[in-house]
Write a protein that binds this ligand. Structure first.
Ligand code: UGA
Length: 441
């Protein structure tokens, strides 16, 4: 919304939330999320045509277009628990919009939702006898965290799904007009509502599938002395495949991939498409396998026991350039290492606050420190879990000197210079490449 406000000065944008402390934070220079470049965008429009408020009712009454971006987590109860999307927040908002509105409005689904949600919401909204009409338009978001501002300013595409009726076309045009302020028309794709809803889930499923595919090959590379980085370079040179999103890793995290695939699986199952459901479910199984495999390699590499050993995790965020730790592989890895009774020390430039909350029940066995050198001092192993660029720039000689020997590095993101670290004395375990060890077992 901050980018829309910056690019469309003639629109008044009001961001509302039930969480007053978040709304307060949006009005300071200490924004409630870390996202490179976001503060500049907010500052360009804040107080001019971008406002933050907790007065949801007033904002509903005032607005002609409402973007609904409430969360749609995986259901934890009842029918579809563990797979289906929990739509209670969305429906609550729809009812509030219905209650407060005195004129017709366009309601935009910004949250990622299952197919056919828009038509359900439209039924709720239009069940009024006040002559007010609501048109629900799907406008899923494709930004990735850490590059959100760039992704919004230069999107590959903007997707708008509307009903193919006169009112639907009119609502679609209103939304197209907003984005056309800065996005070339050819990149604004319009579809029917259901294609739009489904495309969002499918885009994330395909991205995650690419990571699981390369991660599955990383396991084979480790056994065959092939290098997953070389395989990725070769296959990525095929323009039909493309080079991006082929980095083997400890596994994908983030609030979207797992949730959206589970949602897709649930939708397939509910239509009786069990083979399709199993196909997409395997993308998640491969991700679990990759996380588990990483910890197994650590235990095996460190002579089959890590009881009482100090292990430094470099990175806790689910990816670089964000403080977000939702579904982060680091959390699963931490839990498995704690099961093995290791002593953990975690470092991350932006995610220690979230790490503290995520591991609240285990803080007696986990240390959280800002400084990576301090984290590594006295450790038997360093495990790189998040691809923060700063880890590449560290003085690894100094780190080696401060560690217990033999010293191990498990590079879960393949960002370090493996040969150089090996020459310093480290035993180096990359992903999808043979380990470099100074001993033969
Ligand atoms: C993802 C999609 O990329 C966005 O297009 C989408 O809008 C967003 O979900 C969403 O639905 O909100 P995001 O989860 O923020 O974005 O981050 P990604 O860059 O997709 O990374 C997801 C995970 O995959 C991270 O843990 C990342 O480290 C991992 N990853 C990514 C790899 O392991 N290897 C790669 O080659 C790329």
């Amino acid at each position: 919304m901050a980018v829309i406000a910056m690019k469309c000065p003639e629109y008044k944008v009001t961001v509302v939330d039930v969480n007053a402390s978040r709304i307060d934070a949006w009005q300071t220079d200490d924004l409630p999320i870390y996202e490179p470049g976001l503060l500049e965008v907010v500052k360009a429009a804040r107080g001019r045509n971008l406002f933050f408020s907790t007065d949801i009712k007033a904002a509903i009454r005032e607005s002609e277009i409402i973007f609904v971006s409430v969360n749609t987590p995986t259901k934890t109860f009842g029918e579809g628990a563990g797979k289906a999307a929990d739509l209670q927040y969305w429906e609550k908002v729809a009812r509030e919009i219905l209650q407060e509105s005195t004129a017709s409005k366009v309601v935009i689904e910004k949250s990622t939702l299952p197919v056919r949600t828009a038509s359900t919401m439209e039924s709720i909204l239009n069940a009024n006898s006040r002559g007010i009409h609501f048109e629900v338009v799907s406008n899923p978001e494709f930004l990735a965290e850490g590059t959100a501002v760039k992704d919004l300013l230069e999107p590959d595409r903007v997707l708008i799904g509307a009903q193919q009726t006169e009112a639907g076309d009119a609502a679609c045009r209103e939304v197209v007009d907003i984005y056309a302020h800065w996005v070339p028309r050819g990149r604004i794709l319009t579809t029917n509502v259901w294609s739009s809803e489904l495309s969002k889930l499918v885009a994330n499923a395909f991205l995650a599938q690419r990571i699981s595919s390369i991660n599955s090959i990383s396991a084979l590379c480790e056994r065959t002395d092939a290098s997953v980085a070389e395989v990725a370079r070769v296959i990525g040179a095929d323009s039909r495949l493309g080079a991006r999103f082929l980095n083997a890793s400890v596994g994908f995290g983030g609030s979207c991939f797992k949730k959206d695939i589970l949602n897709l699986v649930y939708i397939c199952e509910s239509y009786g498409l069990n083979e399709v459901a199993r196909y997409w479910e395997s993308v998640l199984q491969m991700n679990d396998y990759q996380e588990t495999r990483f910890v197994r390699a650590m235990v095996r590499g460190m002579f089959n026991t890590i009881v009482g050993k100090r292990i430094a995790l470099f990175g806790f965020a689910f990816k670089a350039d964000t403080g977000d730790t939702r579904e982060t592989p680091a959390l699963y890895i931490s839990r498995m290492l704690l099961e093995e009774r290791a002593r953990l020390v975690i470092t991350d430039p932006k995610a220690l606050g979230n790490a503290k909350a995520d591991l609240a029940d285990a803080l007696d066995r986990v240390e959280l420190v800002e400084d990576p050198y301090e984290a590594a001092a006295g450790a038997h192993a360093v495990a790189v879990v998040t691809e923060w660029a700063l880890y590449r720039e560290l003085d690894w000689g100094k780190i080696y000197d401060s560690m217990e020997k033999p010293a191990f590095v498990f590079d879960g993101r393949n960002i370090l210079e493996h040969r150089r670290l090996f020459d310093m004395g480290f035993n180096v375990y990359p992903i999808g490449m043979p380990a470099m060890k100074h001993f033969s077992i």
